[in-house]
Write a protein that binds this ligand. Sequence first.
Ligand SMILES: *Cc1c(COP(=O)(O)O)cnc(C)c1O
Length: 396
Amino acid sequence: MNTQEIIALYDRFVMNTYTRVPIVVVKGKGLKVWDLSGKLYLDFFPGWAVSGLGHCHPKVVSSVRECLKKIIHVPNNYYNIMQAKLAKKIIENSFDGKVFFCNSGAEANEAAIKLTRAYGNQRGRNEIITFENAFHGRTLATITATGQEKYQRGFEPLVEGFRKVQFNDIDAFKNAITPKTAGVMLEPIQGEGGINVATKDFILSVRKACDENDLVLIFDEVQTGMGRTGKMFCFEHYGIKPDVMTLAKTLGGGLPIGAMVASKKFADVLRPGMHASTFGGSPVACSAALAVFEAIKREGLLLNAERMGSYLFARLEELKKKYPIIKEIRGKGLMIGVELTIEGKDIVRDAVKEGLLINCTHDRVLRLMPGLIVTKKEIDRAIYILDKVMKKIIGE
Ligand SMILES: *Cc1c(COP(=O)(O)O)cnc(C)c1O
Protein backbone atom coordinates (compact mmCIF):
# COMPACT_ATOMS: atom_id res chain seq x y z
CA MET A 1 0.00 0.00 0.00
CA ASN A 2 1.17 3.53 -0.70
CA THR A 3 0.63 6.76 1.22
CA GLN A 4 -2.49 7.75 -0.70
CA GLU A 5 -4.08 4.34 -0.08
CA ILE A 6 -3.39 4.53 3.66
CA ILE A 7 -4.85 8.02 3.81
CA ALA A 8 -7.91 6.78 1.91
CA LEU A 9 -8.41 4.06 4.56
CA TYR A 10 -8.25 6.70 7.28
CA ASP A 11 -10.77 8.84 5.41
CA ARG A 12 -13.15 5.91 5.22
CA PHE A 13 -12.59 4.16 8.57
CA VAL A 14 -10.82 6.39 11.12
CA MET A 15 -12.71 9.13 12.94
CA ASN A 16 -11.63 12.49 11.74
CA THR A 17 -10.55 14.06 15.04
CA TYR A 18 -7.04 15.20 14.11
CA THR A 19 -5.44 17.58 11.65
CA ARG A 20 -2.83 15.27 10.19
CA VAL A 21 0.39 15.87 8.31
CA PRO A 22 0.13 13.70 5.15
CA ILE A 23 2.99 11.32 5.91
CA VAL A 24 2.78 7.67 6.95
CA VAL A 25 5.46 7.06 9.56
CA VAL A 26 6.85 3.53 9.41
CA LYS A 27 10.15 3.52 11.27
CA GLY A 28 12.05 5.49 13.87
CA LYS A 29 15.52 5.41 15.39
CA GLY A 30 16.71 8.12 17.73
CA LEU A 31 15.68 11.45 16.24
CA LYS A 32 15.27 9.96 12.79
CA VAL A 33 11.98 8.79 11.36
CA TRP A 34 11.17 7.42 7.94
CA ASP A 35 7.92 7.60 6.04
CA LEU A 36 6.42 4.99 3.75
CA SER A 37 8.12 6.43 0.68
CA GLY A 38 11.52 6.10 2.39
CA LYS A 39 11.92 9.81 3.07
CA LEU A 40 13.94 10.63 6.20
CA TYR A 41 12.91 13.26 8.74
CA LEU A 42 14.60 14.77 11.76
CA ASP A 43 12.06 14.61 14.58
CA PHE A 44 12.09 17.70 16.79
CA PHE A 45 8.60 17.02 18.07
CA PRO A 46 8.42 13.30 18.92
CA GLY A 47 4.73 12.86 19.66
CA TRP A 48 4.33 15.69 22.17
CA ALA A 49 7.45 14.25 23.88
CA VAL A 50 6.15 10.68 24.06
CA SER A 51 9.27 9.40 22.32
CA GLY A 52 11.20 11.68 24.62
CA LEU A 53 14.40 9.64 24.48
CA GLY A 54 14.16 9.40 20.73
CA HIS A 55 12.39 6.63 18.87
CA CYS A 56 12.94 3.00 19.81
CA HIS A 57 15.58 3.66 22.45
CA PRO A 58 17.59 0.40 22.67
CA LYS A 59 17.18 0.13 26.47
CA VAL A 60 13.40 0.51 26.16
CA VAL A 61 13.26 -2.02 23.34
CA SER A 62 15.26 -4.67 25.20
CA SER A 63 13.45 -4.12 28.51
CA VAL A 64 10.06 -4.50 26.82
CA ARG A 65 11.25 -7.52 24.88
CA GLU A 66 12.38 -9.27 28.08
CA CYS A 67 9.02 -8.57 29.69
CA LEU A 68 7.02 -9.78 26.68
CA LYS A 69 8.73 -13.16 26.87
CA LYS A 70 7.25 -13.67 30.35
CA ILE A 71 3.98 -11.81 30.75
CA ILE A 72 1.96 -9.09 29.01
CA HIS A 73 -0.73 -8.13 31.47
CA VAL A 74 -1.14 -8.63 35.19
CA PRO A 75 -4.48 -7.47 36.55
CA ASN A 76 -4.38 -5.02 39.44
CA ASN A 77 -5.97 -7.47 41.87
CA TYR A 78 -2.58 -9.24 41.79
CA TYR A 79 0.93 -7.92 42.24
CA ASN A 80 3.47 -7.38 39.47
CA ILE A 81 7.21 -6.91 39.91
CA MET A 82 7.59 -4.16 37.32
CA GLN A 83 4.92 -1.94 38.86
CA ALA A 84 6.50 -2.26 42.31
CA LYS A 85 9.94 -1.39 40.94
CA LEU A 86 8.66 1.55 38.90
CA ALA A 87 6.71 3.06 41.80
CA LYS A 88 9.88 2.90 43.92
CA LYS A 89 11.90 4.49 41.12
CA ILE A 90 9.42 7.36 40.64
CA ILE A 91 9.29 8.09 44.38
CA GLU A 92 13.08 7.98 44.74
CA ASN A 93 13.34 10.53 41.95
CA SER A 94 10.59 12.90 43.09
CA PHE A 95 9.26 13.07 46.66
CA ASP A 96 8.22 10.60 49.31
CA GLY A 97 4.73 9.22 48.80
CA LYS A 98 2.88 6.71 46.63
CA VAL A 99 1.97 6.22 42.99
CA PHE A 100 -1.26 5.35 41.17
CA PHE A 101 -0.77 3.97 37.65
CA CYS A 102 -2.97 4.55 34.61
CA ASN A 103 -2.49 4.88 30.86
CA SER A 104 -2.48 8.52 29.84
CA GLY A 105 -2.07 12.09 30.97
CA ALA A 106 -5.78 12.85 31.08
CA GLU A 107 -6.35 9.76 33.18
CA ALA A 108 -3.57 10.75 35.60
CA ASN A 109 -5.15 14.19 35.94
CA GLU A 110 -8.59 12.67 36.50
CA ALA A 111 -7.06 10.66 39.33
CA ALA A 112 -5.51 13.83 40.77
CA ILE A 113 -8.88 15.61 40.58
CA LYS A 114 -10.60 12.70 42.32
CA LEU A 115 -7.96 12.59 45.04
CA THR A 116 -8.33 16.35 45.59
CA ARG A 117 -12.10 16.09 45.86
CA ALA A 118 -11.90 13.05 48.12
CA TYR A 119 -9.62 14.98 50.46
CA GLY A 120 -11.50 18.29 50.15
CA ASN A 121 -14.99 16.92 50.58
CA GLN A 122 -14.08 15.69 54.05
CA ARG A 123 -13.72 19.42 54.86
CA GLY A 124 -16.67 20.71 52.84
CA ARG A 125 -14.46 21.81 49.95
CA ASN A 126 -14.69 20.73 46.34
CA GLU A 127 -13.41 23.47 44.03
CA ILE A 128 -10.16 23.33 42.09
CA ILE A 129 -8.40 26.43 40.79
CA THR A 130 -6.93 26.07 37.30
CA PHE A 131 -5.41 28.57 34.88
CA GLU A 132 -6.04 30.36 31.59
CA ASN A 133 -4.39 28.58 28.64
CA ALA A 134 -3.80 25.44 30.65
CA PHE A 135 -4.11 22.02 29.06
CA HIS A 136 -4.92 18.96 31.15
CA GLY A 137 -6.44 16.48 28.70
CA ARG A 138 -9.61 15.62 26.79
CA THR A 139 -11.92 13.86 29.24
CA LEU A 140 -14.87 15.90 30.51
CA ALA A 141 -13.27 16.82 33.83
CA THR A 142 -9.90 17.57 32.26
CA ILE A 143 -11.35 19.75 29.45
CA THR A 144 -13.07 21.69 32.22
CA ALA A 145 -9.76 22.03 34.05
CA THR A 146 -8.22 23.02 30.71
CA GLY A 147 -8.48 26.78 30.52
CA GLN A 148 -9.12 27.05 26.78
CA GLU A 149 -12.63 27.37 25.42
CA LYS A 150 -11.72 25.78 22.09
CA TYR A 151 -11.42 22.39 23.79
CA GLN A 152 -14.73 22.79 25.66
CA ARG A 153 -17.11 24.21 23.07
CA GLY A 154 -19.92 21.82 22.15
CA PHE A 155 -19.37 19.48 25.08
CA GLU A 156 -21.41 21.35 27.67
CA PRO A 157 -22.49 20.88 30.38
CA LEU A 158 -18.98 20.92 31.77
CA VAL A 159 -18.03 19.43 35.10
CA GLU A 160 -18.75 21.64 38.11
CA GLY A 161 -16.21 22.77 40.63
CA PHE A 162 -13.46 24.46 38.63
CA ARG A 163 -12.46 28.09 38.83
CA LYS A 164 -10.19 29.65 36.22
CA VAL A 165 -7.55 32.29 36.95
CA GLN A 166 -4.93 34.17 34.90
CA PHE A 167 -1.63 32.25 34.86
CA ASN A 168 1.28 33.86 36.74
CA ASP A 169 -1.07 36.40 38.36
CA ILE A 170 -0.46 36.11 42.10
CA ASP A 171 -3.19 38.53 43.21
CA ALA A 172 -5.84 37.01 40.96
CA PHE A 173 -4.89 33.61 42.32
CA LYS A 174 -5.12 34.66 45.96
CA ASN A 175 -8.47 36.36 45.33
CA ALA A 176 -9.83 33.15 43.82
CA ILE A 177 -9.29 31.14 47.00
CA THR A 178 -12.58 30.68 48.88
CA PRO A 179 -13.71 28.43 51.74
CA LYS A 180 -14.77 26.02 48.96
CA THR A 181 -11.30 25.70 47.43
CA ALA A 182 -9.86 22.20 47.71
CA GLY A 183 -6.85 22.38 45.42
CA VAL A 184 -4.88 24.00 42.62
CA MET A 185 -3.83 22.39 39.35
CA LEU A 186 -1.14 23.83 37.10
CA GLU A 187 1.53 23.06 34.54
CA PRO A 188 4.85 24.61 35.61
CA ILE A 189 5.36 25.30 31.91
CA GLN A 190 2.14 25.47 29.92
CA GLY A 191 2.77 23.33 26.85
CA GLU A 192 -0.31 23.49 24.63
CA GLY A 193 -0.91 27.02 25.92
CA GLY A 194 2.21 28.24 24.08
CA ILE A 195 5.21 27.40 26.33
CA ASN A 196 4.41 29.82 29.14
CA VAL A 197 6.88 29.38 31.97
CA ALA A 198 5.57 29.87 35.52
CA THR A 199 7.53 32.54 37.35
CA LYS A 200 9.32 31.60 40.55
CA ASP A 201 7.36 34.17 42.58
CA PHE A 202 4.10 32.76 41.30
CA ILE A 203 4.96 29.16 42.18
CA LEU A 204 6.27 30.16 45.61
CA SER A 205 3.06 32.10 46.31
CA VAL A 206 0.89 29.21 45.20
CA ARG A 207 2.87 26.78 47.36
CA LYS A 208 2.55 29.09 50.37
CA ALA A 209 -1.18 29.62 49.90
CA CYS A 210 -1.71 25.86 49.56
CA ASP A 211 0.17 25.26 52.82
CA GLU A 212 -1.73 27.97 54.66
CA ASN A 213 -5.14 26.83 53.47
CA ASP A 214 -4.56 23.06 53.40
CA LEU A 215 -5.09 22.88 49.61
CA VAL A 216 -3.78 20.11 47.36
CA LEU A 217 -1.18 21.49 44.95
CA ILE A 218 -1.18 19.44 41.74
CA PHE A 219 1.63 19.83 39.23
CA ASP A 220 0.69 18.48 35.82
CA GLU A 221 4.12 17.33 34.62
CA VAL A 222 2.74 15.21 31.81
CA GLN A 223 4.75 17.23 29.29
CA THR A 224 7.46 18.81 31.48
CA GLY A 225 8.38 15.67 33.41
CA MET A 226 11.05 13.03 32.82
CA GLY A 227 14.00 15.26 32.02
CA ARG A 228 12.38 17.52 29.46
CA THR A 229 13.45 20.76 31.16
CA GLY A 230 16.94 19.62 32.18
CA LYS A 231 15.80 18.34 35.59
CA MET A 232 13.99 15.06 36.09
CA PHE A 233 10.88 17.05 37.04
CA CYS A 234 10.19 20.71 36.39
CA PHE A 235 9.17 21.43 40.01
CA GLU A 236 12.87 21.07 40.94
CA HIS A 237 13.61 24.39 39.21
CA TYR A 238 11.46 26.17 41.79
CA GLY A 239 12.87 24.71 45.00
CA ILE A 240 9.47 23.48 46.18
CA LYS A 241 7.56 20.20 45.92
CA PRO A 242 3.98 19.74 44.80
CA ASP A 243 1.57 17.53 46.77
CA VAL A 244 0.51 15.63 43.70
CA MET A 245 2.28 15.25 40.37
CA THR A 246 0.96 13.69 37.18
CA LEU A 247 3.12 12.04 34.54
CA ALA A 248 2.66 10.40 31.13
CA LYS A 249 4.22 11.20 27.71
CA THR A 250 7.99 10.48 28.05
CA LEU A 251 7.42 8.19 31.05
CA GLY A 252 6.82 5.11 28.86
CA GLY A 253 9.48 5.87 26.24
CA GLY A 254 6.76 5.44 23.59
CA LEU A 255 4.46 3.02 25.39
CA PRO A 256 1.22 4.26 26.95
CA ILE A 257 1.49 4.80 30.69
CA GLY A 258 0.37 7.50 33.10
CA ALA A 259 1.03 8.00 36.77
CA MET A 260 -0.25 10.11 39.62
CA VAL A 261 2.24 10.62 42.41
CA ALA A 262 0.94 11.81 45.79
CA SER A 263 3.09 12.98 48.67
CA LYS A 264 2.93 11.13 52.00
CA LYS A 265 0.22 13.39 53.38
CA PHE A 266 -2.12 12.49 50.51
CA ALA A 267 -0.84 9.03 49.66
CA ASP A 268 -3.65 7.17 51.44
CA VAL A 269 -6.60 9.42 50.54
CA LEU A 270 -7.72 6.97 47.83
CA ARG A 271 -8.55 3.62 49.41
CA PRO A 272 -9.58 0.24 47.96
CA GLY A 273 -12.52 0.64 45.60
CA MET A 274 -12.26 4.41 45.21
CA HIS A 275 -10.30 4.46 41.97
CA ALA A 276 -9.02 1.97 39.39
CA SER A 277 -7.66 1.48 35.89
CA THR A 278 -7.81 -1.95 34.23
CA PHE A 279 -4.67 -1.53 32.16
CA GLY A 280 -2.91 0.78 34.63
CA GLY A 281 0.69 -0.13 35.45
CA SER A 282 0.91 -3.10 33.11
CA PRO A 283 4.25 -4.91 33.36
CA VAL A 284 5.11 -4.09 29.74
CA ALA A 285 4.52 -0.35 30.13
CA CYS A 286 6.29 -0.34 33.51
CA SER A 287 9.30 -2.19 32.11
CA ALA A 288 9.54 0.48 29.41
CA ALA A 289 9.36 3.26 32.02
CA LEU A 290 12.05 1.59 34.14
CA ALA A 291 14.29 1.59 31.08
CA VAL A 292 13.57 5.29 30.56
CA PHE A 293 14.78 6.10 34.09
CA GLU A 294 17.81 3.89 33.56
CA ALA A 295 18.70 5.55 30.25
CA ILE A 296 18.29 9.08 31.64
CA LYS A 297 20.71 8.23 34.44
CA ARG A 298 23.26 6.09 32.59
CA GLU A 299 23.47 8.34 29.55
CA GLY A 300 23.56 11.62 31.45
CA LEU A 301 20.48 12.86 29.64
CA LEU A 302 19.52 15.53 32.18
CA LEU A 303 22.82 17.25 31.59
CA ASN A 304 22.46 16.76 27.85
CA ALA A 305 18.96 18.28 27.93
CA GLU A 306 20.29 21.29 29.80
CA ARG A 307 23.31 21.78 27.54
CA MET A 308 21.58 21.09 24.25
CA GLY A 309 18.63 23.19 25.41
CA SER A 310 20.95 26.18 25.90
CA TYR A 311 22.57 25.56 22.55
CA LEU A 312 19.22 25.30 20.73
CA PHE A 313 18.03 28.44 22.53
CA ALA A 314 21.13 30.36 21.47
CA ARG A 315 20.84 29.20 17.86
CA LEU A 316 17.18 30.25 17.80
CA GLU A 317 18.18 33.66 19.17
CA GLU A 318 20.44 34.00 16.12
CA LEU A 319 17.44 33.33 13.89
CA LYS A 320 15.47 35.91 15.86
CA LYS A 321 18.07 38.55 14.96
CA LYS A 322 17.62 37.66 11.31
CA TYR A 323 13.85 37.31 11.13
CA PRO A 324 11.54 39.90 12.65
CA ILE A 325 8.67 37.39 12.46
CA ILE A 326 10.22 35.82 15.58
CA LYS A 327 8.84 37.71 18.55
CA GLU A 328 10.09 35.75 21.53
CA ILE A 329 11.81 32.50 22.46
CA ARG A 330 10.71 30.86 25.69
CA GLY A 331 11.19 27.66 27.62
CA LYS A 332 13.51 25.57 29.73
CA GLY A 333 15.87 22.79 28.72
CA LEU A 334 14.54 21.04 25.64
CA MET A 335 11.01 22.45 25.89
CA ILE A 336 11.19 25.52 23.69
CA GLY A 337 8.58 27.76 22.13
CA VAL A 338 9.25 30.27 19.37
CA GLU A 339 6.51 32.88 19.35
CA LEU A 340 5.92 34.39 15.93
CA THR A 341 4.18 37.55 14.80
CA ILE A 342 2.41 35.41 12.16
CA GLU A 343 0.62 32.06 12.15
CA GLY A 344 3.05 29.17 12.24
CA LYS A 345 1.30 26.52 10.19
CA ASP A 346 3.02 27.34 6.89
CA ILE A 347 6.42 27.13 8.57
CA VAL A 348 5.52 23.73 10.02
CA ARG A 349 4.31 22.53 6.61
CA ASP A 350 7.43 23.73 4.78
CA ALA A 351 9.71 22.32 7.49
CA VAL A 352 8.10 18.90 7.01
CA LYS A 353 8.79 19.15 3.28
CA GLU A 354 12.43 19.91 4.10
CA GLY A 355 12.59 16.92 6.44
CA LEU A 356 12.11 18.52 9.87
CA LEU A 357 9.17 17.62 12.12
CA ILE A 358 8.09 20.42 14.47
CA ASN A 359 4.78 21.61 15.89
CA CYS A 360 2.86 24.82 16.17
CA THR A 361 0.64 25.44 19.18
CA HIS A 362 -1.64 28.32 20.10
CA ASP A 363 -1.55 29.34 16.38
CA ARG A 364 1.67 31.34 16.64
CA VAL A 365 4.08 29.37 18.77
CA LEU A 366 6.45 26.92 17.10
CA ARG A 367 7.28 24.19 19.57
CA LEU A 368 10.56 22.29 19.59
CA MET A 369 10.98 19.33 21.94
CA PRO A 370 13.59 16.99 20.48
CA GLY A 371 14.45 13.74 22.26
CA LEU A 372 16.77 14.17 25.23
CA ILE A 373 19.53 12.41 23.27
CA VAL A 374 19.74 15.24 20.71
CA THR A 375 23.20 16.26 19.50
CA LYS A 376 24.69 19.59 18.40
CA LYS A 377 24.86 18.33 14.86
CA GLU A 378 21.14 17.57 14.84
CA ILE A 379 20.36 20.99 16.27
CA ASP A 380 22.49 22.63 13.58
CA ARG A 381 20.60 20.69 10.94
CA ALA A 382 17.23 21.75 12.39
CA ILE A 383 18.32 25.40 12.51
CA TYR A 384 19.57 25.19 8.93
CA ILE A 385 16.15 23.96 7.82
CA LEU A 386 14.24 26.55 9.89
CA ASP A 387 16.45 29.28 8.48
CA LYS A 388 15.75 28.16 4.95
CA VAL A 389 12.00 27.87 5.55
CA MET A 390 11.74 31.28 7.25
CA LYS A 391 13.71 32.92 4.47
CA LYS A 392 11.21 31.57 1.97
CA ILE A 393 8.14 32.47 4.08
CA ILE A 394 9.11 36.11 4.44
CA GLY A 395 9.98 36.13 0.74
CA GLU A 396 13.60 37.14 0.72
C1 LIG B 1 -0.63 15.79 26.73
C2 LIG B 1 -1.00 16.41 28.01
C3 LIG B 1 -2.07 15.91 28.78
C4 LIG B 1 -2.98 14.82 28.27
O1 LIG B 1 -2.31 13.64 28.11
P1 LIG B 1 -3.02 12.43 27.28
O2 LIG B 1 -2.05 11.31 27.43
O3 LIG B 1 -3.18 12.92 25.88
O4 LIG B 1 -4.32 12.17 27.92
C5 LIG B 1 -2.31 16.47 30.00
N1 LIG B 1 -1.55 17.48 30.47
C6 LIG B 1 -0.52 17.98 29.77
C7 LIG B 1 0.30 19.08 30.35
C8 LIG B 1 -0.22 17.47 28.50
O5 LIG B 1 0.78 18.00 27.80
